[in-house]
Design a protein around this ligand. Sequence first.
Ligand code: TRP
Length: 359
Amino acid sequence: MTTILDAVPDDDELGVPAARLRSAELERQIHERPGRFRALTGDRPTGRLHLGHYFGTLHNRVRLQNLGVDMMVLVADYQVLTDRDVADRLAEHVEDLVLDYLAVGVDPDRATVFTHSAVPALNQLLLPFLSLVSVAELGRNPTVKDEIAHSTQSAVSGLMFTYPVHQAADILFCKAGLVPVGQDQLPHLEVARTVARRFNSRYGPVFPEPEALLSAAPLLLGTDGGKMSKSRGNAIALAATADETARMIRGAKTDADRHVTYDPVARPEVSSLVLLAALCLDRDPHEVAGEIGGRGAAALKAVVTDAVNDYFAPIRARRAELALDRAHIRRVLRDGNEWANAIADDTLKEVREAMKALY
Ligand code: TRP
């Protein structure tokens, strides 16, 4: 018998192979006519972003923005409440997230950065959307099941089951066609597609069906060899100092084989370090490993530390400078929220028209 506790979603269950193929085709279309696309993606404001976020998604968002895609970047503040009772130090985390975005190159002149709690019409879409999905469907979502299995809360809240529908509102309120995400988000994207389809067939065409854009995200492990996560204390923050970075890399787990190679399956910890250096140096990981070879783990760690600190020095300097101007951060959010509200108001009006609920 399978229980919720052994529900570890695998690639096929998440639909990864099909999404990869489709993403390659979408990339081709984006390069042809970037201006045709609006993309939405975002993060929960629960603390500072780390190098896994950077190479996994932030880098890709900036790339899309620079190509000319209309980028919407969401600070998903309500979503923080899925697995905890209170969103601790929320305002601080929101500001930190915006600082991280701006430091890595999200440009408020070209991209919209907003918080969904400040956009009432977006949240109102949740009501009709919830009527379009069944309780059984909500209970089957593999990412939600996985989060419940790992939750430390004694009771699972209603928001845990319904937040993917709220996330559908995040995406559909601005009719984003592209959602650049990691594979754990594919089930949520399926919810958004289902909601769009069912709304259109029940009330008439309003929403395009959004598509996932999976980046070829390299999988970076935390310094303990587990999944990189700020809550596990194994993540190097984007905003870490050079010394903090050096200390964390010095303490990173390796293995007993002195000869450094790049072999992610057999040697995940060593390979993740090699990969991190390779990403920062924009080089092939096999080559990086080959050059270190028999010089061992200490030499590898020295190479990784220098590579990370050199690569992130300008980003960190920019972040420190931006952090001095809190008024600017607040202005970026205020402007983003204003624009998001204008879009959401239009969409809600269309929705109410389609539902014949305009009085
Ligand atoms: N669930 C996403 C995460 O935890 C954050 C998120 C909220 C999101 N709304 C979204 C991502 C809409 C993409 C689209 O990382």
